[in-house]
Design a protein around this ligand. Structure first.
Ligand code: M6R
Length: 364
């Protein structure tokens, strides 16, 4: 039931602090400062390569996870969209972990990729929201998200729960590889535990975001920029906007703008910049200034510190709480979801059942 909410998507966006906390309960032991996985009967420490395969929003969760696995566990990661995976004849060596991410657990491309990886002798890990799904049944290592049923075609809460599981998996892998001190593990757990509250604070900006929807709704094209783990979040922001508002949107790595896409910029193209303060902030902002110098209308999403440094001259700003870089993708998911939602509402589209789309894509 939608309760007080106008759409399932809105309800699901607002459920995120609760379902992310619920999901984390299965993957962290906060009092001990340890991450944990469901019982597994193989040695994560023997994993020498991770191959991530997924579609759509689940693929973007995988892109964020690649940063974490490589940064924390120093394990090389390959990532493909499922519809390309088999056809490029990937080299899958012994000792590889193939990781499939799916809300439904039924996406045909992802399921076919899973079976291909099994034939190639990979250990199969699955992050899935539907515990009775085909992918869940075929997994060696089943990592459920506890988002509850997701009705809106645009994935929201399943995505942030995927991120929570993937962050915990990265830490487990790092520990198994001997790359994580107890102190570092305790810190990761503490940061993960901060995510639900930070997401609630982000949701507190719902009305501000609704009030700026009219700035985006008339646009024909919208660009999203981010760096590091916020690059996949830019892709996700663009996908959400495309799906439900039917506005053409693209996400780019902020530093890639000058290699072509900046030619698109004029004062009719809103550019949404995801830039939490931290190690990547300055570079992202200098890319943002290049856009502004060409007349681009900027919406800067950052924390108080980032907005104080770079907010001036933007068409609009959205303030996020200041968070550790590990949980920034979970927190920055909220404003991009809300922005897409409110723009779609302003345009009067069918938010929960956008045209041409199905909740579960069971054809290849
Ligand atoms: O059920 P899955 O996570 O495997 O679905 C993958 C994509 O079809 C899905 O994420 C799609 O991109 C959503 N509509 C995004 O909002």
């Amino acid at each position: 039931e939608k309760g007080n909410h106008r759409h399932y998507m809105q309800k699901e966006i607002f459920e995120q602090p609760i379902v992310v906390a619920q999901t984390l309960q299965s993957y962290v032991r906060p009092f001990e400062g340890r991450v944990a996985l469901p019982d597994i009967d193989f040695d994560l420490g023997s994993v020498n390569r991770v191959t991530i395969v997924a579609c759509g929003t689940s693929f973007y969760a995988g892109m964020v996870a690649k940063y974490w696995f490589e940064q924390f566990a120093r394990v090389p990661v390959d990532i493909d969209v499922a519809s390309e995976f088999r056809y490029r004849e990937p080299v899958l060596e012994k000792g590889g972990l193939a990781l499939f991410i799916s809300q439904s657990g039924e996406t045909a491309d992802t399921l076919a990729a899973l079976r291909h990886a099994r034939e190639q002798g990979q250990t199969i890990a699955v992050v899935v929201n539907v515990p009775t799904s085909s992918m869940a049944r075929e997994a060696d290592l089943l990592l459920p998200t506890h988002a509850g049923p997701e009705i809106g075609v645009a994935s929201t809460k399943a995505f942030t729960c995927q991120l929570a599981v993937l962050a915990a998996l990265a830490a487990n892998l790092a520990r198994a590889k001997g790359r994580l001190s107890e102190e570092q593990e305790r810190e990761i757990v503490a940061h993960l535990q901060e995510a639900p509250e930070a997401m609630s604070q982000a949701l507190g900006h719902d009305e501000d975001i609704a009030a700026m929807a009219h700035l985006i709704a008339p646009a024909r094209d919208v660009l999203y920029l981010g760096r590091g783990p916020e690059y996949p979040m830019a892709l996700e922001g663009a996908l959400k906007l495309k799906e439900i508002s039917y506005i053409h949107a693209e996400g780019y790595a902020a530093g890639e703008m000058k290699h072509g896409p900046i030619a698109l910029i004029d004062d009719l193209v809103p550019v949404i910049v995801l830039a939490p303060s931290g190690p990547l902030f300055e570079k992202t902002v200098s890319n943002m200034q290049e856009v502004r110098a060409r007349g681009g209308k900027i919406v800067l999403i950052s924390d108080a510190k980032g907005l104080a440094d770079a907010g001036e001259g933007c068409m609009a700003t959205i303030e996020m709480p200041e968070v550790h870089p590990l949980i920034a993708p979970l927190v920055y998911a909220v404003p991009v979801q809300l922005l897409a939602y409110h723009v779609a509402v302003a345009k009067g589209t069918d938010v929960d059942q956008p045209r041409n789309l199905a909740k579960s894509v069971t054809v290849e």
